[in-house]
Design a protein around this ligand. Structure first.
Ligand code: SAH
Length: 248
């Protein structure tokens, strides 16, 4: 009885509250650390990945530097961390995929952008490609049509420290209020080139887009003037499809 009365005393009660509050803070700190931890072993694996991308023909130094910096293991489920630095696409939520590092590097290189320029990404997905574009010093805008992914990725990018504009919406419409863009990269397979995206390109800007249904041809469309567009074709790639409308 005396113990119970003691517990109810204001001093003991305040002390207990403080103890629980600190424990909660420590748990929160630990959780935060787990979300953003980037250790020497991750950096080592990233360096090997960068060497592999150089062997595969990626030359743009800002792209290679960005891939060497972005902690790709934070963009996939932590139980599959071992796959993070393999040059492979990997399943994420909502039946989508995080693009293969080589594909991310290839598309980023084909944008041919300088730090400070504006880029629009269609298909935020895991946020990995968006993070690479941020590390390249670009002003990044990104659209995702899957609510589940948008709600997961927006706070994640914020937590890791990437600043960009993100929208939950249909990338077929682009972002007319923020256009024109110096580059647009589509990270889903489009059945055809969306006209709205061409219209939102700056003169001299490039649209990098995989076009096709089962297998896609990577196309780079350069806007030469208001009405002239030059199309360059590159190799075959495989992407999840670019779909219309939002998915709640
Ligand atoms: N860039 C991503 C790749 C994700 S896969 C990454 O680095 O992880 C392609 C993404 O495009 C998917 O998340 C899919 O939901 C999204 N997508 C498909 N069609 C879209 C559209 N019309 N508008 C916006 N996003 C779209």
């Amino acid at each position: 009885m005396a113990g119970f009365a003691n517990f109810l005393s204001p001093q003991v009660f305040t002390k207990s509250c403080l103890f629980f509050w600190r424990a909660l803070q420590r748990a929160e700190l630990f959780r935060h650390f787990c979300t953003v931890a980037d250790l020497a072993r991750h950096r080592g694996k990233r360096n090997s990945l960068v060497r592999l991308l150089i062997d595969k023909g990626i030359r743009d130094r800002s792209v290679l530097k960005a891939i060497g910096k972005v902690p790709r293991h934070l963009f996939i489920d932590s139980s599959f961390e071992d796959f993070a630095y393999q040059d492979k696409a990997f399943p994420i939520a909502a039946g989508q995929t995080i693009s293969q590092p080589y594909t991310v590097a290839f598309q980023s290189e084909k944008l041919n952008l300088q730090a400070g320029q504006k880029v629009l990404e269609v298909g935020t997905g895991s946020g990995y490609q968006a993070a690479v574009l941020c590390e390249m010093g670009l002003k990044v805008f990104s659209i995702e049509r899957q609510k589940e992914l948008f709600d997961h990725t927006r706070p994640l990018l914020q937590k890791i420290g990437y600043k960009l504009f993100m929208k939950y919406g249909d990338g077929y419409a682009g972002l007319p209020n923020h256009a024109p863009f110096d580059g647009i990269v589509v990270t889903a397979g489009a059945p055809e080139i969306p006209k709205a995206l061409l219209e939102q390109l700056n003169i001299g800007g490039r649209l990098v887009i995989p076009v096709g249904t089962n297998v896609q041809k990577m196309k780079v469309v350069i806007r030469k003037s208001k009405s002239d567009f030059e199309v360059h074709n590159f190799g075959d790639f495989r992407f999840v499809p670019m779909l219309h409308d939002k998915n709640a």
